[in-house]
Design a protein around this ligand. Structure first.
Ligand code: ADP
Length: 411
């Protein structure tokens, strides 16, 4: 289809050019006849019936030079030009000038707008010719000012068909982009479902085993409590999983569900960091915080904001192959508060950087099961930040680490 559309476009362009050239040739011919007639009438007025009219010289694509080699007044030339153009229906704006045949210098000149508009044509001022010496031999030249526009407007049907083709091309491209996008989303969704089933299978299997064991009652009290505990924990895991997916779809629907209040971002950060402390110690890493001393209070939904910080710190830990070294900062800038979270983890390739905010996108789908996740974290973060009228930026170097910046307005 692309090839067909492209060849259609080339054909159209080719024929458009051809018909423009043809139109121009016809126009030149019409002008040529009109100017020859003017020259002829000038010679007759000069009582010169025998002189041969030299061919009209086309000096530029829109400029013509006519040799008459006799005396005529500017008024005569003006009215003859108007008359000829009117007869031939040549409706253009033009400048003309009277040129001395000998020294080829412009002696007098004038501009005419629109010959078929009688009023405008009459209004054009003709310069006084009394200054000219009656013995002077004169030629004249004329320049059409709106030749291209005139030719294009004469090609109405061509313009219409080209425009239609352009619209078809635009529609086609849009449809094509949508199809491609749909295809990409489908692939991402398939990845997501694979991950999800993988994540769901483990807790379901654990619950099945534990509940079977309880049903068979072949155990002591202590074992029973242990199995009940397993069921409870796995149930929690399933619950969290479902919540995360539901959360994303509910936020997409509307921001009305937000409970906006004054929130101290530093406090939120500290409480999230505290939650991660045991995990960080386990991995022998550290989180360094340097929080802004001045006002870090913003108008926000506390739960969603904590989730944002949680997701970013969780990613910083998840995507560190060695002991995580994480820096969390808040900085006051003009009317905004910048929250910066940087890690010295695995970083991202250029290709991944372009796509991390896409829903369900996970880098290197080959080994996605090594680090847990559904590719929803960053799309959620971006959505929440934007709902809070903020911006998210990041920079990352593969193998060196990543830095995420969230800029939120301060009230
Ligand atoms: P998830 O972590 O569940 O896969 P996210 O939306 O949070 O989904 O992240 C999308 C992808 O962005 C991740 O799969 C990962 O490849 C990349 N990514 C996110 N944060 C980081 C980080 N701090 N360092 C390196 N890669 C990251």
């Amino acid at each position: 289809m692309l090839v067909t559309i492209a060849s259609l476009f080339v054909t159209q362009a080719y024929w458009f050019k051809k018909s423009f050239d043809l139109e121009e040739r016809q126009f030149d011919e019409k002008i040529n006849i009109a100017l020859r007639n003017v020259a002829h009438k000038i010679l007759v007025l000069d009582s010169n019936y025998v002189a041969r009219i030299d061919p009209i010289e086309k000096v530029a694509s829109n400029e013509y030079y006519v040799q008459t080699n006799c005396y005529f007044s500017l008024i005569t030339l003006d009215s003859l030009l108007k008359e000829e153009f009117l007869i031939r229906n040549i409706d253009v704006n033009y400048d003309y000038s009277v040129v001395s045949s000998e020294i080829k210098e412009v002696v007098l000149g004038n501009t005419v707008f629109n010959t078929t508009n009688q009023q405008l044509a009459r209004d054009s001022i003709v310069a006084c010719s009394t200054r000219l010496d009656n013995n002077l031999d004169l030629d004249f030249s004329i320049r059409i000012n709106n030749k291209t526009t005139y030719l294009l407007s004469a090609m109405g049907i061509w313009m219409f068909s080209s425009l239609s083709l352009l619209i078809v091309l635009l529609v086609f491209t849009t449809v094509f982009v949508f199809i491609l996008r749909g295809k990409k989303l489908n692939a991402l969704k398939k990845d997501f479902i694979n991950n999800m089933t993988h994540e769901l299978k483990t807790p379901i299997a654990n619950i099945a085993v534990a509940s079977d064991a309880i049903r068979n009652r072949v155990m002591n009290e202590q074992k029973m409590a242990q199995y009940a505990d397993i069921i409870h924990k796995e149930n929690d895991r399933l619950h969290n999983l479902v919540d995360r997916v539901l959360e994303i779809s509910s936020i997409e629907k509307s921001a009305d569900t937000f409970t906006m209040e004054l929130v101290d971002v530093n406090e939120v950060i500290m409480s999230v960091v505290d939650n991660f402390e045991p995990l960080i110690q386990d991995k022998k890493g550290f989180i360094k915080t340097s929080l802004s001393e001045s006002n870090a209070t913003i108008y926000a939904d506390k739960v969603h904001l904590s989730n944002v910080v949680y997701n970013l710190i969780e990613n910083a830990i998840k995507y560190s192959d060695k002991a995580p070294e994480i820096d969390v900062k808040t900085i006051n800038e003009k009317n905004t508060l910048r929250l910066e979270i940087s890690d010295k983890g695995i970083g991202m390739s250029q290709e991944n950087q372009e796509r991390i905010f896409e829903k369900f996108y996970r880098a290197e789908s080959g080994n996605v099961h090594n680090t847990k996740g559904y590719g929803l974290g960053l799309s959620y973060v971006k959505m929440i930040v934007e709902q809070h009228k903020g911006r998210i930026k990041f920079s990352s170097v593969l193998g060196k680490g990543s830095t995420f910046n969230i800029i939120l307005p301060v009230h």
